[in-house]
Design a protein. Sequence first.
Lengths: 196, 673
Amino acid sequence: MISRRSFVAGGGALLVLSVRRSGHASFIPPAQQRDSSNLFAMDQAAARSVRLPAKPGASPSMSVDERDALEHRIRCQCGCTLDVFTCRTTDFSCQVSPAMHRDIMALVQGGYNAAEISDAFVRTYGEAALMAPPRTGFNIVGYVVPGIVIAIGAVVLVAVIRGMGRQRATPSGSATISDATPEEQARLDAALKDDA
Amino acid sequence: MIVVGELSLWIALLLAVWSATVSFAGGRGRRHDLIESGERATYGAFAFTALASAGLWYALFTRDFSLSYVASQISANMPNVYIFTSFWSGQAGSMLFWCVILAMFAAIAVWTNRERNRDLMPWTTGTLATVLAFFLATTAFKANPFERLDWLPVDGRGMNPQLQNPGMAVHPPNLYLGYVATTVPFAFAIGALLARRIDTDWLAAVRRWSLVSWLFLTIGITLGMWWAYVELGWGGYWAWDPVENSSFLPWLTGTAFLHSIMIQEKRGMLRKWNIILVVATFLLSILGTFITRSGIIESVHSFAQSPVGPWFAWFLAVVTAITAWLVLTRLKDLEAKAALESMVSREAAFLYNNLLLVGIAFSVLWGTFFPILSEAVRGTKITVGPPFFNTVNIPLGLLLLGLTGVGPLIAWRKASLSNLRRQFLGPVLTGLAVAGVLLALGMRNGYALTSYLLAAFVAATIVQEFAKGVGARRSLHGERLVPAFVHLVARNRRRYGGYIVHAGIVMLFAAFAGMGFKRETDTSLSAGQSLTTKDPWGAEWRFVSQGVSTNRSLNREITAVALETWRNGEYMGLIKSEKRQYFDSQRRPTFDPSTEVGIRTDARQDVYVVLAGVRDDAAEIRVAFNPLVVWVWVGSAIMAIGGLIVMWPQAERRRQAGYAAELQPAPEFAGVA
């Protein structure tokens, strides 16, 4: 068994070493510092061109409301985690969402529909261009697993409840509170009577 | 003072290690001297952690830029209120803040149990001290706020402007109080498992702490939502961001525990499950901290990538392994003392409620980590944003809302058909009537209709319960309406406080559904130009720009646009939105410009105006109509009030009386009492 004296002595040595060890940090000028607070740093160079040649005889493929709805499904790449519409109408200092907006407008003018525009953005930025993964391939796992897990939980729950019910129905299991102490039994009855 | 603070941090670490060592040793050897020494060391650890905190605050208020943390968090020209809050605005300071809260809670838990639960306390104290030692060690070795710079800068970097908001002064402390409070029930659960005293005694000890945690998490999450809504300017209050999710996870499992604990108290059932929920709530709060501090998942809120991540990962793994071993080796002690009798009973309803709460927690956790899984499996980065979480969680949330109405009304043990008819006929008809009226008025959004149907149903069950209780008191005691209501709640705070919480939940769901009808438009307005648009209620709004103005304040330059507003021709006042560029004492810009949103609130909607920027003297603005938002804040406040009522101490003698109705015992139990 460690004694108090040896514990404190060992701890004291650790303390001295650690205080010396903590030493000095190198200073990074304020303008170059990575944010040490808990808000993101914007990547202003994240925009890439998503342009396609206009379709022959192209006319705008959707209304402004439909275009805004599409922009709500495409993610700004500056790091804000917002969609293009929300970012560009919230933060004018972001240069990424306006660039993506211009690309979307050009594609709309070029006669491309929402699915084609989404695909064009996925080809350029990857699936991270979308606010939610498309329901294809491995992504389906993402959508169905929570439901499957809850369904399994529900099946197990029902099985357990039914099992308990059957246990109660048998003579040996008829005293469902047989292993409760008399005090617990009395408390149970009082509580149940009390809290209907 | 700063040196004293740094030394205090190390001394607190030593005391926490000492407390853990001698508490476990004392518990194992039944040595009272060691047990008492461990408890005294816990008090000491709190005192020295508080001293370390005082040292950091001193460094911040004296603007000692020789400390890396001070130089990175504040600038000389910042207002003192944000100098105060900068204690927790960065990684290292917030770690110390976590430590001081944990040390305080540990000291309170030890103090309040100095004459109770003595068999558990050595193990509980040891567990608390172990967790405290981990956090102090992580702070001291990996995120030390007392780390010094090589040279003395003229000024510091200043605080991110979006954190210079009253919401940020109160949101993190509340959230941390909620997170950290989960440690105490966890410590009692581990104590009960180690001491093999897994009866109902430990439940009594943890129930109030679980409520404390739930209450602070509720307040903290709400304040975070409010801050995001008024400060970030994107127009909503919940974005399913990983850091938001990480605060929601322990809230969900904590809520599940507060329901299932009732079944263990009343029926001696779910003993394994309750242990698992307590442990899961603690682990999820640590997981949330890991997500926030490791940089493992992309988030707008997370701290920069830092060396504390691996420490938290190891801690999580070790605690999970130890807890699993403890539970598995004590399964026999955790056998239920009663059996469920029916799938249509209050016990079963609480189990369904637990299934949904834990199921939602799983789906949120799954969605949060799915990008990592996807990248590992396919090598492709994906985004799992609000559309995914809404698809998965809205149906589960609606089911949960329905159960909120079912659970409290259904009979214990086994509900009869007559019981179901008597309790549910009115609420079901109310729900259907509300849905019918909304349908007739033209509402076609399926989720919103279901939300309002269920919200009306649950609200009717709550009103019915209060009406019964108040009616019984009036007839029995001849009391007037208001005194009868007050006495009813006061005499059974757990039950009626719970109903008040449920009323808050109903309001929240109604408000969430309202956002399905949000309308927004973006435009560019020069002075004198106007925008005319309609809100979701059909009213016509006109916004006339008063032009763009600029002015300077202590540490910022402000660009503002003011809009005069009319609704259906009636003047509704001025709405102003700002862009702020902060600068340090050398007048160098710090950070990107930030947004101050203009909001006009009434019971029906918020008119939400964002100045995105200025181009050629024209203000680029977004105007959004966000229906029913105020009810999110009202509903959350009602939940917090309900939580306070539930946890308010009540003498056992008084709690016996005042229930609204009595249960007819099931026939086979009729002769037991």
